[in-house]
Design a protein around this ligand. Sequence first.
Ligand SMILES: [Zn+2]
Length: 119
Amino acid sequence: MISWLASCWQYKCPRCRKSQIFKIPLDVKNPLDMNKNCKECNLDFEPEPGFYYGAMFISYIITAFLFLAVALTLVFYFNWSVNASMSIVILIGILMFLKVLRLSRSIYIHMIVRYDSSF
Ligand SMILES: [Zn+2]
């Protein structure tokens, strides 16, 4: 059994933590392609239409705090200029876009569905 955090990070099913939420390999044109159900425990990964709207707030929180932490560290700790640190923040934003997109959905469904050790 893997931890809650590892399960979120690896996009595992929140109930059995065995099979994958998203389709693999990642299709860059459809990064949010999800499997309909869990192969192990048959959990429905989209219980209702619009279920993942809440994931937008998770995504917002992750990016806002990450960007703020990076920008403040560069400006106040390393004495970088604001423009230089903003360039780094934008670069990190581009590199992490797909990860944050999927991670926020994964965290969201993990917050809603409890782990069940019987699977
Ligand atoms: Zn499952």
